[in-house]
Design a protein around this ligand. Structure first.
Ligand code: MN
Length: 739
């Protein structure tokens, strides 16, 4: 828990502030004074506010400013904007105040940042409309997105103190949106830290186990690297180079990705680290020096030719420059070596910003950063540029489940795919929804059940004579429209109660019987109608007729000898089938975080997602669907990530409860060399030795290679992992994977 005295906090805040100044390399006194002013103002504005972790709130803008200056290399205006980025949103100060004190530019940047957080943090779903807003803000000033990245990085670093569903939402958003942007802008440091943090929250077990293994093997690795670089050092010194050699472990997330992609174990990854040689060369000679260094190294160690990469002659599209080679050490292990100049190294770490700053110092101009901003803006604005590839990816994700349509006035409405005219009408206003008789879509008349497509312009046609109908519930698909229709239908049906009551009394007298309220109740129950309003509505509208009543009476009297013992035989099911759904809804509304999953969960309907087939033991997340059911996905599931990023409010914390003998269907695929008796060996292992219940088993062989799949019932992922391990031990089997 966070604990510090007021004195300690003051010291902490001041130290952080000094750190920012130190890393900014700003020497101009006037600029320094402006930053000081922003600092003082932010401290004052956030006074008394604390973050969830207990820290003073001001630590957050300070950390964001530090990332902006140290890790991205941004200048005075950006530092000031970072320090003030939450002021308008979280305090009583307005944008006008900021503009008066710090000028138009800073105010514009902060306005952009506030808008983005409105879009992302306050609304629960990331929609196409919002995506467009972000793009528009982007083209206004690229610093907005850079500072937003810094803000997101610090929020990811401090995600621990957030509730679980928030963690999943923020991590998914970061995965889908921010990490790819960081990558595209060449901000490698930020990108890989974001990716590690995403993994840490979405797959805590995988993250921890790799982190542990890295720590365990660190000492051995250091010793190995020392032996490896010793002759390189000697040679480069002899040639008169000014250089430094560092090594860096691969990030945890990229190790994990490699393990997944190549289907290998941690120990089988040979490029766990890379050795980096950084040459302190003059800008003029840096390329030549890189090549000379390459030649020296490959005269000591033999290179692996297919692993050579030259990004010195032609830099990567995101600005990355370096030579990469993989060489064989004397101890029989491949080692990746990266060769770059100090300038290239800084570009690699900080992205384009560093590149343009260097150009500044070479050309002596002061416009490098602006030039860079323009370059990015250009990239983002030009739809033909392949820099937009990453944006296209989001578009696909977003547009696959969302459509956007326009009102006649050009206002954009986002709706789920499949939404109809009725949904559109209710999304404007419930009163409009209730009176809808149709619409003009792109000037063509359409009925209320017409499905709307992205880009349609929809003009709703209403009439005050319109009456709600039951089948509207089949036409509307959005929760909002459906619940409003239900409420309105209930309201409307109430007006039929007295008419219905009169009618039923009439039936009794027509049948020459005394009116019997008990019998009416039994009749209603027998029809499985839960609400009396609904019952009398159906009577009033003659969906329930006199014939129905007389049939019921006949039937009841013929079986009355039974009915006295067991009323349920007489009236059928007494439980309202809708009440189950209500229970679920209730439970979710009251305590969404309390869900624990097991098969005994009788009061909550859940289903295991088909796309990723989670098992007990897997990291899972629940996702509340429109119909009140919960789908359980693995946190690694692509589909779940998109759902979580899009509909954050529907995330339900889900955890497996440790409990006995439940079985889950799961699939394995395997390949290997065909050999006699293999099927028998596999099935014997599964059934006789492990006692696994096999549902299906296929094996197909071509030449010497076979490929097989099996579906089996297992208890959890631990058991499945052990089955995979044991299958791998069978002679002839090469690879075993989960389906
Ligand atoms: Mn913030």
């Amino acid at each position: 828990m966070y604990q510090a005295t007021e004195e300690e906090e003051k010291k902490l805040i001041l130290n952080k502030y000094r750190q920012i100044l130190r890393h900014s390399n700003i020497t101009d006194t006037a600029k320094k004074a402006k930053i000081r002013k922003a600092f003082n103002f932010a401290v004052e504005a956030h006074k008394g506010m604390r973050r969830r972790s207990g820290e003073p709130y001001i630590m957050h803008p300070l950390e964001v400013a530090l990332i902006a200056s140290r890790d991205i290399g941004l200048g005075t205006k950006s530092i000031i904007s970072s320090l003030l980025h939450d002021v308008v949103e979280d305090t009583d100060y307005t944008l006008k105040d900021i503009e008066l004190m710090f000028g138009k530019k800073v105010a514009r940047i902060i306005d952009g940042l506030t808008k983005i957080s409105d879009v992302f943090d306050k609304t629960s779903s990331l929609q196409a409309e919002n995506f467009r807003k972000i793009l528009m803000t982007l083209s206004d000033d690229v610093r907005v997105i850079l500072i937003k990245l810094a803000d997101r990085l610090h929020n990811m670093r401090t995600l621990q103190s957030m509730p679980h569903e928030k963690q999943m939402k923020i991590a998914s958003e970061t995965e889908v949106l921010y990490a790819p942007i960081a990558h595209r802008l060449g901000l490698f440091g930020i990108k890989s830290e974001l990716e590690d943090l995403i993994l840490k929250y979405k797959q805590p077990n995988a993250f921890q186990s790799i982190a542990d293994k890295l720590t365990e093997s660190e000492y051995q690795r250091k010793k190995f690297i020392a032996r490896f670089i010793q002759p390189i050092k000697k040679e480069l010194k002899a040639q008169g180079f000014d250089f430094s050699i560092a090594y860096r472990n691969k990030s945890i997330s990229s190790i994990w990705n490699k393990m997944q992609k190549k289907k290998v174990d941690f120990h089988e990854i040979y490029d766990l680290f890379a050795v980096r040689i950084i040459l302190n060369s003059d800008f003029k000679y840096e390329k030549v020096d890189c090549w000379r260094t390459y030649s020296s190294i490959t005269s000591i160690y033999v290179p692996k030719l297919d692993r050579f990469r030259d990004w010195v002659s032609v830099p990567k599209s995101n600005g990355y420059e370096a030579l990469h080679t993989t060489v064989m050490s004397k101890e029989g292990k491949w080692v990746e070596v990266q060769i770059r100049s100090t300038r290239m190294d800084e570009v690699a770490e900080k992205g384009y910003a560093a590149h343009w700053r260097y150009k500044d110092s070479v050309k002596g101009s002061d416009h490098g950063l602006d030039e860079w901003m323009n370059k990015i803006r250009e990239l983002l604005q030009n739809p033909k540029s392949d820099a937009l590839d990453f944006l296209d990816e989001f578009k696909l994700n977003l547009y696959s489940s969302e459509i956007y349509a326009f009102t006649p006035k050009g206002e954009m409405m986002s709706l789920p795919k499949g939404a109809t005219v009725l949904d559109f009408a209710f999304s404007i206003h419930s009163e409009i929804g209730k009176q809808t008789i149709g619409a003009k879509i792109n000037s063509t008349l359409c009925p209320i059940n017409q499905v709307i497509n992205s880009g349609d312009q929809v003009e709703i046609l209403t009439s005050n004579k319109q009456k709600l109908k039951d089948d509207w519930l089949d036409i509307a698909i959005t929760a909002r429209a459906r619940s409003q229709i239900k409420t309105a239908l209930k309201e409307a049906k109430k007006q039929f109660v007295s008419l219905g009551k009169m009618k039923i009394q009439q039936y009794f007298s027509d049948l020459k019987r005394a009116y019997d309220p008990e019998l009416v109740k039994a009749f209603q129950t027998n029809l499985e109608i839960a609400s009396s309003n609904e019952f009398y509505y159906q009577v009033a509208t003659e969906k329930i007729t006199k014939k129905h009543l007389s049939d019921f009476i006949d039937q009841t009297e013929n079986t009355s000898w039974l009915s006295s013992f067991n009323p349920f035989l007489r009236f059928g099911k007494s439980k309202d089938p809708n009440s189950l759904a209500k229970d679920i809804q209730q439970q979710l509304e009251n305590k969404p975080e309390s869900m624990t999953l097991n098969k005994d969960l009788k009061n909550i309907e859940h289903q295991v997602a088909n796309c990723c087939k989670p098992l007990p033991g897997d990291d899972v997340v629940g996702f509340l669907q429109g119909d009140g059911k919960i789908t359980i996905h693995r946190t690694t599931c692509k589909k779940a990530s998109n759902l979580m990023a899009t509909y954050g409010k529907n995330i339900v914390k889900a955890k497996w409860r440790k409990e006995g003998n439940l079985q889950f269907l799961s699939g394995l695929s395997f390949t290997g060399h065909d050999k006699f008796g293999l099927i028998r060996e596999i099935t014997e292992l599964l059934t006789s030795q492990l006692g696994i219940n096999i549902r299906s088993f296929t094996l197909e062989a071509h030449d010497d290679i076979f490929r097989g799949t099996t579906m089996l019932y297992v208890q959890d992922s631990v058991q499945l992992d052990s089955i995979i391990r044991q299958l791998k031990k069978i002679n002839g089997i090469k690879e075993v994977n989960r389906l």
